[in-house]
Design a protein around this ligand. Structure first.
Ligand code: HSE
Length: 331
């Protein structure tokens, strides 16, 4: 029996609870039985043999969970095997997820996280800690939501030399730029509509200033090139200064503008609005994400998919569960 603790019970945490409920049979076929033994948000919790449906409904109705016991206390007092961290991202401190993850790994517990902050702040440190304590870390959900990129690099392209990664890693800005291109609307007007889609960061400056894409690029580059890059290593320019007129000029020559994140094996790490040919596979529309991986053996591999959303992020978290525990079950 795999005992799961979920820390963070916002949209993503609840998405995970729903996925674990709806797809339990499918998941248990791959990894064996699991039970959720604790759920915590920033101020409240529930533990025992948790009824996931009840926990989701309770949180939606009351804005909290039934018990006042805090996450730190649960960490010390509840027996669990896997921490699923869906706490909110802070790319500068990594908290609160960083402390939870460190504590769990130190106790030899496996961790799956959708939170970019801890990996951006302490990527190598966390992997060293995991190795020392024979614990495992899954972080597919930190980049590109449902789009398979982390395990693509780690497994499918294993043994390839990776030269360069180029991607559209932020759905909110891609949506804004797409609409600016097609409807010639100014940036400020579209931002509020983008927020209504529910995929923008709590502070949308994280999206439009390129911070979210920069954080994801750090995680991908550290995965692909074994760097120990930090957020401060990325050269970042956001989309605030892009005007609808810029699209007109670009369009006349067959180009569009997208917020491109690029990393290469020589250490380049950059997020900036770029002119790209309309025919370039990265010229995608709406909230989609995409990643182009350039390798020696496989050549170019291109992935496209939904980069945000509770179901999509839950998809990545569940895939990490199967990846970590499926092998234990010889799947
Ligand atoms: N705010 C992010 C985006 C959500 O727009 O892509 C996923 O990290």
């Amino acid at each position: 029996m795999i005992r799961v603790a979920i820390f963070g019970f916002g949209n993503v945490g609840r998405g995970v609870a729903r996925a674990l409920t709806n797809n339990r049979e499918l998941i248990e076929k791959k990894i064996g039985k699991f039970e959720v033994v604790a759920i915590a948000d920033s101020k409240s919790s529930i533990h025992g043999d948790v009824d996931l449906k009840y926990a989701v409904e309770y949180k939606l109705r009351h804005g909290r969970l039934p018990s006042d016991v805090k996450a730190d206390e649960l960490m010390e007092n509840v027996e669990f095997d896997l921490l699923i961290d869906t706490t909110p991202t802070d790319v500068f401190t990594g908290e609160p997820g960083l402390s939870y993850i460190k504590q769990a790994l130190s106790m030899g517990k496996d961790v799956i996280t959708s939170n970019k902050g801890p990996l951006v702040v302490a990527f190598r440190e966390l992997f060293r800690l995991a190795e020392k304590n024979e614990a495992r870390i899954g972080y597919e959900a930190t980049v590109g939501g449902a789009m398979p990129v982390v395990k693509l690099i780690q497994r499918e392209l294993a043994g390839n030399q990776i030269f360069r990664l180029r991607g559209i890693l932020n759905g909110t800005t891609n949506y804004i730029l797409s609409r600016m291109e097609r409807e010639k609307m100014p940036y400020s007007q579209i931002l509020s509509e983008a927020q209504e889609l529910g995929i923008a960061e709590a502070n949308p400056e994280y999206d439009v200033k390129g911070y979210d894409a920069g954080a994801k690029l750090v995680i991908l580059a550290n995965t692909a090139f074994s760097f120990d890059a930090k957020f401060s290593s990325v050269k970042i320019v956001g989309i605030e200064d892009i005007t609808p007129e810029a699209f007109e000029v670009a369009g006349e020559k067959g180009y569009t503008i997208r917020l491109v994140a690029e990393a290469d094996s020589r250490g380049k790490l950059e997020v900036s609005p770029r002119l790209i040919k309309m025919t370039n596979p990265l010229a995608i529309y709406g909230t989609l994400n995409a990643l182009l991986v350039e390798t020696d053996l496989a050549g170019e591999v291109f992935v496209i998919g939904k980069g945000a959303g509770d179901r999509e992020t839950a998809s990545a978290i569940v895939s990490d569960m199967v990846d970590i525990y499926g092998r234990d079950n010889g799947h």
